[in-house]
Design a protein around this ligand. Structure first.
Ligand code: NAD
Length: 254
């Protein structure tokens, strides 16, 4: 029996990571850089802290600033990334918005804002990047969702709706672009200690409830998610597509 060598590493690859000014996105940039990828960061906020962190690993990092819900902005930024780096092999779509609201208090404006930030950005960036990946017959699209889609967590109807739609998006798109060597997956993330949770009253309360529900009784850290994102980005993951991989310490046994 022939055992295939595990094809690891992202040397020569270019990764575009959205929503990477802080938190999980910043960890994804560092982890993909460790694997050898060049890093393009896009965020509506200043991402200089992420750039500084990635520069400890590689000089091949550029941050672009813009609102990824705006079609013209997305077109310009993706064009600039290709002008600067020559290609895009990996898209990690991490832009998100978190907001709790009881359903009866949820306004139409809050509903629309959540869907716009989470889904319009996903559509626009992926739409701009797929033709580039198709030309190279290689692509890895990874979209960040949430374990609340399996748990049906209350007070998050707009958030859970948007994060559920991401799973429909990856399932359908995976079937269209697989023939071009492009995989499309979602990662459903549990409550992650993206900053000291004891500094955030909401997270302190949530962690108190959630940790006993996990099979692994420690907080999810950004590097836990980053390891999964890095694996999905690699050539070795070429047969995994149209999936939602749950990373939450086992709260949802999806
Ligand atoms: N942190 C958690 O506990 C947790 C749990 C489940 C899922 N997630 C998901 O993981 C991802 C990252 O989580 P996080 O806590 O690091 O997120 P975060 O909210 O801290 O970061 C999201 C980033 O997106 C950027 N952004 C927002 N709107 C934008 C826009 N219109 N254009 C460009 N950039 C925009 C923000 O500036 C920010 O840097 C999100 O998609 C989130 O929904 C996080």
């Amino acid at each position: 029996m022939q055992i295939h060598q595990f094809e690891s590493g992202l040397h020569g690859r270019v990764a575009l990571i959205t929503g990477a000014a802080v938190g999980n996105g910043s960890a994804f940039c560092e982890r993909l850089a460790e694997e050898g990828a060049s890093i393009a960061i896009v965020d509506i906020a200043d991402a200089s802290a992420t750039v500084t962190a990635v520069r400890q690993i590689t000089d091949r990092v550029v941050a672009y600033r813009g609102d990824l819900t705006m079609p013209e902005t997305v077109r310009q930024i993706v064009g600039q990334v290709v002008a600067d780096f020559g290609r895009i092999d990996v898209l990690v779509h991490n832009v998100g918005l978190y907001e709790e609201e009881p359903f009866e208090l949820l306004t139409f404006e809050q509903w629309k804002r959540m869907l716009t930030v989470c889904l319009d950005s996903l559509f626009l960036v992926t739409h701009a990047v797929v033709p580039i990946m198709k030309r190279n017959t290689f692509g890895r699209i990874i979209a960040l969702s949430s374990d609340t889609v399996w748990l049906g967590t209350p007070y998050l109807v707009h958030y859970v709706t948007a994060k559920s739609a991401i799973i429909g998006f990856v399932r359908s798109l995976a079937a269209e672009v697989g023939q071009y060597g492009i995989t499309v997956n979602a990662v459903t993330v549990g409550l992650t200690a993206t900053q000291d949770p004891t500094d955030r009253p909401m997270n302190r309360a949530l962690l108190k409830d959630i940790l006993p529900q996990q099979c692994i009784h420690r907080a999810d850290e950004p590097h836990d998610i980053a390891n999964v994102v890095a694996f999905l980005a690699m050539p070795a993951a070429s047969i995994i597509t149209g999936q939602a991989i749950n990373v939450d310490g086992g709260v949802a046994r999806h």
